[in-house]
Design a protein around this ligand. Structure first.
Ligand code: TYM
Length: 328
């Protein structure tokens, strides 16, 4: 049977990159009756400084966001990573079969540590914890930026299985079409990212309609006024068309056909309408749910119980393989 696992850090604002690259696809998989585990990766978040109370709020906000986007906590397992301690324990075991050289080359570590004078160890072993997360998974839907982390997990599964005997399945990466990499609205050479300093570079699920309109209007395109789809030569407008296509399900050809006669400025207004129409109900739902923290807590508790149960089911096997069987 398939077991699908993915995670997201509890940062306040979910942007369209997170939405299309990850959440939206989890919902699709869930709705086609796959077993989906969604982890709110707070252990990953603390590798950079966090205000504890804010982190707690953001964990609940992420829970609300996932539910508002269509994660059904009865069918899927929605849980808080730090509450399932086996992830951390397994991370320790895996860290003993990982080389430092292998981790040093991972691009996300390089990116995040570049600007820091003192680099936390947690940031370095971050991908090992991510590997520990997904060891029971068969499939991992993520955006392109996580591909190398999943590759590491695949390597570690192989090393573990070779050293201790067949234990874990090799996790397959599910990365898919244009949703795998939504670009920054200010610089289409870069991905849309929550760490980008220019807030106009991303569309957030919680943005007000007039903010969405403003950001789409200001999206960097080029000096050609027609609306044509050419991701290589015209990455800015292609990114907008991709977003349009993901929201409406129309092909990029169809979208360009319908935009004949519009210049890019007029097309942006049309796209802004669609974005606003699609995001407004989600935004309202998120805000409604955040007013029910007790409910959100209950959801997480239930998910954590079920995730713990799954992790426990293989834990004895892992510890016996690594530390030997008890005598008697
Ligand atoms: P995080 O929280 O940075 O991002 C969550 C998901 O959003 C995807 N994503 C994008 N996809 C397309 N275009 C973009 N511009 C874009 N920006 C972000 C990411 O690829 C990701 O799928 N380490 C992980 C969380 C994690 C995890 C896991 C993921 C913890 N354990 C186990 C998978 C499996 C992270 O920081 O994601």
């Amino acid at each position: 049977t398939k077991r699908i696992f993915s995670g997201i850090q509890p940062t306040g604002s979910v942007h369209l990159g997170n939405y299309f690259g990850a959440i939206w696809r989890w919902v699709e998989l869930q709705n086609s009756n796959e077993a989906v585990l969604c982890s709110i990766a707070d252990l990953h978040s603390i590798t950079l400084p966090q205000n504890p109370q804010k982190l707690r709020e953001n964990t609940l906000l992420m829970t609300a966001t996932l539910i508002a986007c269509g994660i059904d906590y009865k069918r899927s397992i929605l849980f808080q990573q730090s509450k399932v301690s086996m992830h951390t324990e397994l991370c320790w075991i895996l860290s003993s079969i990982t080389t430092m050289a292998r981790l040093a080359h991972l691009p996300q570590f390089k990116e995040k540590s570049e600007s820091l004078k003192n680099v936390p160890l947690g940031l370095y072993i971050y991908p090992v914890l991510q590997a520990a997360d997904i060891l029971l998974a068969t499939h991992v839907p993520v955006g392109q930026d996580q591909a190398q982390h999943i590759q590491l997990a695949q390597d570690l599964v192989q090393i573990f299985n070779r050293q201790f005997g067949q234990t874990f399945p090799i996790p397959h990466t599910l990365i898919n079409g244009p949703s795998q990499r939504i670009k920054s609205l200010r610089d289409p050479a870069k991905k849309m990212s929550k760490s980008h300093t220019d807030f106009k570079s991303r569309l957030n699920l919680l943005d007000e309609p007039d903010e969405l309109l403003e950001k789409v209007k200001k999206a960097v395109t080029d000096f050609t006024s027609e609306v044509t789809y050419d991701p290589e030569k015209r990455p800015g407008i292609a990114n907008l068309i991709n977003i349009h296509s993901l929201f409406t399900g129309q092909t990029t050809e169809k979208i360009c056909e319908e935009a004949v006669g519009l210049n890019t400025g007029q097309y942006k207004l049309k796209l802004a309408d669609i974005v606003i129409e699609k995001l407004s109900p989600i935004r309202k739902d998120i805000l409604r749910l955040t007013r029910e923290p007790a409910y959100l807590d209950e959801v997480l508790k239930e998910g954590t119980e079920r995730a713990t149960e799954l992790a426990t089911s293989c834990w004895t096997e892992v510890t016996e393989k690594v530390f030997g069987n008890d005598i008697q």
